[in-house]
Design a protein around this ligand. Sequence first.
Ligand code: CP
Length: 325
Amino acid sequence: MLNKNLQLNEAGQLKHFLSIEGLKRQHLIDILDTAEPFSNVSEQAVKNVPILRGKTIINLFFEASTRTRTTFELAAQRLSADVLNINISTSATSKGESLMDMLHNFESMHCDMFVVRHNQSGAAHFIAEHVSPHVSVINAGDGCHEHPSQAMLDMFTIRRHKQDFADLKVAIVGDILHSRVARSQIHALTTLGVSEVRVVAPETLLPNDISSFGVHVFHNMREALDGVDVVIMLRLQKERMQGALLPSEGEYYYQYGLTPKKLACAKKDAIVMHPGPINRGVEIASEVADGPQSVILEQVSNGIAVRMAVMAMVLGRSSKFNKAS
Ligand code: CP
C-alpha cells in the first residue's frame, strides 16, 4: 500500500510529485495555473528564467522514453537548473551496485531532485521514502501505476481548448489495464469535476476493479464516442502484457482503432489526444493523428511548461516566477 500523503509537506504543499491520487482539486489547479506563464518562456528569444539556478536535477530513466525524458530535461534547463541524464545501462548498477547506493552517491554530490521512470509500480514512492529530507522526487511513470506529469499536461491541453472541466464528456480508449497514463488521467479528470469519464476497451484490457474508478465502461467505440468533447487514445502496451489478450492487431484496429468514421460520432469540435508513442494503424489512423482535431503535438509542447511548474513547485520556487512575471 503506497503512502498517498508522502508527496505533501506539513503545509499541504507538494514536496514530491508521485501520483494524482491523493491530491486535491486545488493542487491540480495550482499546477495548471503555475504552468500558464511558463508556457511563454518557450516563446522567448532567450528561453530560460533563473528560478532554479544553483539547483541540481538528476534524470533517472530505467525504462525507455522519448517525450518525458527530453521535456523534463528541457524544463530543467529553462528553469536554469543543472541537469544530469544518467545512462542506466552504462552506470555502475551493471556492476552490482544497488539502487539505494547509487542514490546516496548522487545525494553526496548535493543534488536536489530525482526525476524517476521505472518499470516497477511504486518505485518513485520507494525512492521518496528513502532520500534525504531536502531532496524532491518526481514520478516520470512507474509500471502500471501512475504517470502524473503526463496527466497534468493533458489537463493543461484540455483546459486550453475547452475551458470548463465541469461540462465535459471525455472518452479514454484502449489498453486501460496496463496504462499508468489512464490511471492518472482518470484521477485528474474526476478530481477536476469532469461530468462524464468513459473508458472504452475490450474486456481483456480493463482492470478487474474498473467499477471502483468512477467511470462509465463501454465496449463499443461508436456508442462510447457519441457526443464526447475529448477522445484520448492509448497505445497497446505489449511490453506489460502477459499472454494473448487480443485476437489480432487487425481485429483490434477494426473494433477500437480511431478512424475518421468513428471520430465523426464525437462532437464536431472534439479534440483527439494521445500521450505517445503512437502506433499508426493499430490504435489510430494517420488521417486522425495528423488531422485538424488532433492536439497530440501540442500535448508535447505543453509538457515543458507543466514540468517546469511541477519542478518549481516541489522545490518551493514557483511564487518567484509569478511575482516576477
Ligand atoms: N508519453 C510518454 O510517457 O512518452 P515517452 O514514453 O516517450 O516518455
